[in-house]
Design a protein around this ligand. Structure first.
Ligand code: ATP
Length: 442
């Protein structure tokens, strides 16, 4: 884990929020490469959850919603974690973590968790509250959404009607969620502001269990397709005492993080709980008329709910390689590199003149301009070629294109280095786009 956090900081992928003020716990910033990585994770999700299907439509709803949404959903009452406080140092922990014995000593001000004495746990609500309008009087409270899902239920009838989708169909949303976590920890694994990728798939009651199985397999295939090794993934069904108040059955997709097997995504059978609750609270009819069967019902919902930040972290961890590789001067040297799936890699192609030489730079810039409209590229002519290869390896760039003296004086060809095999091939500049197109799995 330390290697990953250091690499992320060193390369400006992810670093502490407000760092110059000492940071803010549970908040992280994604730098240029991190932002691109996150965009790629979201694009890969949308591709498989929306674009390649015909039965899922997208929603981009407001973060602030009517307060009654959270009453109906049960969040005001139930969205709590047990909090326990140490009598001697006042540090606060999530009680379930204390009993599991994995509370990190870092959060105890004395850095000695063994001296802590815990009081009785109490329920702590994780919703962030704020106010709308110029006064903070009662009645003006609103909450930052702790999940994106509720908008899909509240907007169900509108979206169904206007998109002319028929059950079974889904509404998908990617966006920020906020939870006042008691103990944010493990880098970007548990934070207070994060992004979710959620889809509510509306089905006819009675078909829900089969659809649940379908989505569990679909989501497993998505993670493995984009690079997570199957041996680092598992499906863990929730025990009955762990189930949320709305769920008939839930499984977690868990990843073997360096700190423990932990949740990447929850896939829940939410039944008609949410549509039922919103129909009751709002007084609006949210039933669906099934024309083919000539019946009216409240659909059941299968929900695959994933976190962008957690997925990005898992992809980074699984891609991390620290190996000995053949060195240019003979022997071997350490090579740290990210074997990211091409579609997730922030930069697809790096264009590197052998040196910052007046003969090489114009041609290298010409090659960069040729590729720029097709792929996210990076042009780099600073430092030695070895150092530049190392940088590209560390950020997982699939191909490096080198312009050398032969290019300009002789063959109008470049050397293309493959990240995974480290093999190099000579490719004519006018063939380069096609060559890369054929090899990049985007
Ligand atoms: P946990 O048990 O880890 O708190 P959860 O079961 O409360 O997670 P869900 O409500 O199922 O999480 O949310 C769906 C997904 O959103 C999670 O699987 C995770 O990927 C992401 N997520 C939830 N809370 C956080 C958080 N505090 N930081 C980062 N991602 C989160």
């Amino acid at each position: 884990m330390r290697e990953i956090t250091e690499l992320c900081k060193r390369r400006g992928i992810i670093f502490q929020s407000s760092e110059i003020y000492g940071g803010l716990r549970g908040a992280w910033d994604f730098g240029p490469l991190g932002a691109a990585l996150k965009d790629n994770v979201k694009a890969a999700w949308k591709r498989h959850m929306i674009q390649l299907r015909g039965d899922v439509v997208q929603l981009d709803a407001s973060v602030l919603m009517h307060p009654r949404v959270w009453e109906a959903s049960g969040h005001i009452e139930n969205f709590t974690d047990p909090l326990t406080e140490c009598r001697t140092c006042n540090a606060r922990f999530r009680a379930d973590q204390v009993t599991q014995g994995d509370a990190s000593t870092y959060e105890c001000p004395r850095s000695d968790y063994s001296l802590c004495e815990f009081g009785e746990p109490r329920q702590f609500n994780l919703l962030f509250q704020t106010h709308v309008g110029p006064t903070q009087e009662s009645g003006s409270e609103v909450w930052l959404r702790p999940e994106t899902a509720q908008a899909m239920f509240v907007d169900f009838a509108h979206v169904q009607l206007t998109s002319r989708q028929k059950v079974p169909f889904g509404i998908a949303q990617v966006g920020k969620s906020f939870r006042n976590e008691i103990t944010p920890r493990n880098f970007i694994f548990r934070v207070r502001e994060f992004e979710q990728m959620e889809m509510e798939y509306f089905v006819r009651p009675g078909t829900d269990e089969a659809w649940h199985e379908y989505w569990i397999k679909h989501r497993w295939d998505w993670y493995t397709r984009y690079g997570l090794r199957a041996e680092n993934l598992r499906i863990r069904p929730h025990a009955s005492d762990e189930l949320s108040h709305y769920a008939k059955r839930t499984v977690d997709v868990e990843y073997r993080f360096p700190f423990a097997w932990s949740e990447l995504e929850g896939i829940a059978n939410r039944t008609d709980f949410d549509l039922g609750a919103h129909a009751e609270t709002s007084g609006k009819d949210l039933t669906y008329y099934d024309g083919e069967r000539d019946e009216r019902y409240l659909p059941y919902v299968i929900e695959p709910a994933a976190g962008v930040d957690r997925a990005a972290l898992a992809f980074l961890i699984d891609a991390y390689r620290d190996e000995q590789a053949p060195a240019a001067k003979g022997g071997t040297e350490r090579r740290v590199w990210l074997q990211l799936h091409h579609a997730l890699a922030p930069v697809k192609v790096a264009v590197l003149p052998l040196s910052r030489n007046e003969k090489l730079v114009p041609t290298a810039r010409e090659v960069a301009d040729l590729l720029r409209p097709r792929f996210p590229i990076e042009y780099d002519d600073a430092a030695s070629i070895g150092k530049r290869y190392r940088r590209q390896d560390e950020i997982g760039t699939p191909f490096c294109v080198t312009v050398d003296f032969e290019t300009v004086e002789d063959d109008r060809a470049v050397t293309v280095r493959d990240r995974d095999t480290m093999t190099q091939e000579r490719v004519a500049i006018d063939q380069l786009s096609t060559y890369l197109d054929e090899r990049l799995d985007l």
